[in-house]
Design a protein around this ligand. Structure first.
Ligand code: FMN
Length: 330
């Protein structure tokens, strides 16, 4: 067991929040494959306060996803505290504050990574949330707004002083978005100075690499984001056969349809194209997945995957970091 303040998790690898991907079915899958902690995508405190139905749909979860953090974003301390109280009533294990989102519609309103430019406000928000709920509270940050204003150590101090139980550090600035590479030296620096546990995050795409980052940084845990899309096996050491992959993809499809109805098949497409990354004739499968619409057609394609040879093609295997950018952060 690893202690993240009062929150105990079974292992050192967690699933990072990915808007549009880390929904309830996916969280169940990765949890089963060894992710010791899961998160919802970022959820608007305004939407929670208004009781917006779509916002509440994003917070539905299943007990098999626990320990689960519900991540909230906003720019007003009282509103964030109110949202946290409502979230607490839903019974997650943790409330996480988003201090890293770089999407313009979040940042331009002063939430997400914009809070890195106003640490007084960040402190007020984090303190208000911590005071309002009994659940552990964490925050997920970037290294700063841009390269000339990196302030990860000041941000750490402010969050510690406000009483959060732990922080997650994505080793990039807001200006970098998802370009360049995550700065693990800076993550290590945060860990060295911290009085609370630190989770490191950025560019991990294999189990070995996760353990290496964990060891080198000394972090309490590390989180995998894009590297788990189409590869939920990243949390363990077992390399699945094509037959096992196909069985898990089928299960994923069924969970999506169960949770979202027929629209689950549409949502599943972006996962399907990642699941075939690295398999022989991947582009043929990708095209086919986008054009097949019925459940039966998609299942037939997935079943044909099970018959493929185990070899990987020139795309570099199933573990390359996918080029996924957040486009729809709704
Ligand atoms: C499509 C996408 C959606 C994301 N959504 C969120 C989010 O809702 N909340 C958050 O804190 N970070 C979000 N992130 C950032 C990831 O959690 C993570 O910090 C980042 O992708 C770096 O980790 P990775 O290299 O393992 O992917 C998102 C990233 C991507 C690519």
């Amino acid at each position: 067991m690893i202690a993240l303040g009062p929150l105990l998790i079974e292992g050192p690898l967690g699933m990072a929040p990915l808007a549009g991907f880390t929904d309830s079915p996916f969280r169940r899958l990765v949890r089963r494959f060894g992710a010791a902690l899961t998160f919802t995508e970022l959820i608007s405190a305004e939407g929670i306060a208004r009781g917006n139905r779509k916002t509440y749909d994003l917070m539905r979860f299943h007990k098999d996803e626990r320990p689960l953090g519900i991540q909230i974003f906003g720019k007003d301390a009282a509103r964030m505290a109110e949202a946290a109280a409502r979230v607490e009533d839903l019974g997650p294990d943790l409330i996480d504050i988003n201090v890293g989102c770089c999407a313009p519609k979040v940042c331009h309103s002063g939430s997400g990574a914009a809070l890195l430019k106003d640490l007084d406000l960040l402190g007020a928000i984090a303190s208000a949330v911590v005071k309002r709920v009994k659940l552990p509270v964490s925050a997920k940050i970037r290294l700063g707004w841009d390269d000339t204003s990196r302030n990860h150590l000041e941000t750490l101090r402010v969050l510690e002083d406000s009483g959060v139980s732990f922080i997650t550090v994505h080793g990039r600035t807001r200006a970098q978005r998802y370009t360049g590479s995550a700065d693990w030296d800076a993550i290590t620096e945060v860990r060295e100075r911290a009085r609370i546990p630190v989770i490191g995050n950025g560019d991990i795409h294999s189990h070995d690499q996760a353990l290496q980052r964990l060891g080198e940084s000394g972090c309490a845990a590390v989180m995998v984001g894009r590297g788990a899309i189409g590869n939920p096996w990243v949390f363990g050491t077992h390399v699945p056969s094509m037959r096992e992959r196909a069985a898990v993809i089928r299960e994923h499809i069924d969970l999506m349809v169960e949770d979202f109805g027929p629209y689950g098949l549409v949502l599943m497409r972006k996962h399907l194209v990642r699941y075939v990354h690295g398999v022989r004739n991947a582009s043929r499968f990708r095209d086919a997945f986008v054009h097949q619409h019925t459940y039966e057609e998609i299942i037939a394609l997935v079943d044909s995957l099970a018959e493929l040879p185990e070899s990987h093609d020139e795309e570099g295997g199933a573990t390359g970091i996918p080029h996924i950018e957040p486009e729809d952060m709704e």
